[in-house]
Design a protein around this ligand. Structure first.
Ligand SMILES: Cc1cc2nc3c(=O)[nH]c(=O)nc-3n(C[C@H](O)[C@H](O)[C@H](O)COP(=O)(O)OP(=O)(O)OC[C@H]3O[C@@H](n4cnc5c(N)ncnc54)[C@H](O)[C@@H]3O)c2cc1C
Length: 290
């Protein structure tokens, strides 16, 4: 289906973009357009003005902090993240995940900000950013605010970004020296929708001292699994201990069953991906993250 007529603006600064968003009812941010344009073509959403922020230099930078932290502009594409030496040096898992999002055309256009602001529960980056303890920097014409990634994703296709606001940048703290990060997905087919996904950041030195374990595709938004994290803290960094800890993933999560798998199957797969992500994180612990 063809796109219905819609007004289009390409502001030259973030301030100009925010002014348009504040003053125009029915305005929407356009980033890579990979999801939004499809939604408009299918008449699922109605937008009066597309504010194209995809070329704004202020939203397109990757900056490495001296302490191993990272700042990524909302309009940096997956391909740019995958190829960035700064990302590879400090947060190689982010580069690896971005490098495997769908195909090259999607990676050329899709942006980290769009991936987060769409908040599709099957999108790749939200659970990883929650596991890495990222902070989302949101701006409007009159204010700036910060929201922890953990609180940013509020439901199916819903985030903390409100009317007249845009996501400007994402900051990710350094991965601690004794920590590693892991990520695992079970999907219908190699390139198809995910059934269950998990991301983890684990600190260990033989014994696990801290763990962030995030499940995705099993509810409306990425979910930190507190019981698994508690079971891991103080446990030996062994496969057996990890497998035991993820047994706490059970009826407390309520995935929707569909033609690709029942709710019970998704629960079982959530335990599998969580276990694999945590084991990967442990195996990468102590690696020099730059
Ligand atoms: C064929 C196909 C396969 C795909 N496969 C995958 C996959 O395997 N994994 C995956 O994670 N994704 C996948 N996607 C989704 C893709 O990654 C989208 O690009 C992404 O979800 C949205 O990013 P975008 O930059 O294109 O955003 P857009 O489509 O431009 O925008 C998406 C939404 O976010 C809002 N938005 C965008 N940027 C901002 C901002 N800075 N501030 C506020 N609001 C903003 C828009 O208003 C819109 O509501 C796929 C898409 C297609 C078409």
């Amino acid at each position: 289906m063809l796109l219905a007529p819609v007004e289009y603006a390409r502001p030259e600064t973030v301030d100009e973009a925010l002014g348009l968003l504040a003053s125009t009812e029915g305005a929407a941010v356009l980033a890579g357009g990979q999801s939004l344009v499809n939604v408009l073509k299918h008449r699922v959403a109605d937008v009066d003005l597309l504010v194209d922020v995809s070329r704004l230099g202020e939203l397109r930078a990757i900056a490495a902090g001296g302490d191993g932290s990272l700042e990524v502009g909302a309009c940096v594409t997956y391909d740019e993240i995958a190829r960035s030496e700064a990302v590879r040096a400090s947060h190689p898992i982010l580069a690896d995940v971005a490098a495997h999002i769908e195909d090259q055309q999607i990676r050329n256009r899709g942006t980290i900000g769009g991936n987060c602001c769409l908040s599709d529960p099957t999108n790749n980056l939200p659970p990883l950013l929650v596991a890495l303890d990222a902070t989302m920097h949101i701006q409007s014409a009159s204010a700036r605010r910060e929201v922890a990634a953990e609180d940013f994703f509020v439901g199916y296709f819903a985030t903390a970004v409100g009317e007249g606001e845009l996501l400007a940048t994402i900051t990710i703290p350094a991965i601690p020296g004794d920590a590693g990060a892991g990520y695992h997905t079970v999907a219908v087919g190699a390139d198809s929708k995910a059934i269950a996904r998990a991301a983890a950041r684990v600190q260990s030195n033989g014994t696990i001292s801290d763990a962030r374990v995030v499940l995705a595709c099993v509810g409306p938004a990425p979910l930190r699994h507190a019981a698994t994290e508690a079971a891991l803290r103080g446990a030996p960094a062994t496969v057996a201990a990890v497998r035991e800890a993820v047994q706490s993933i059970g009826d407390d999560i309520e995935p929707l069953g569909d033609c690709h798998g029942s709710a019970e199957y998704r629960r079982a797969m959530a335990r599998v991906v969580a276990s694999r992500a945590v084991c990967e994180a442990i195996s990468k612990g102590g690696v020099d993250h730059g």
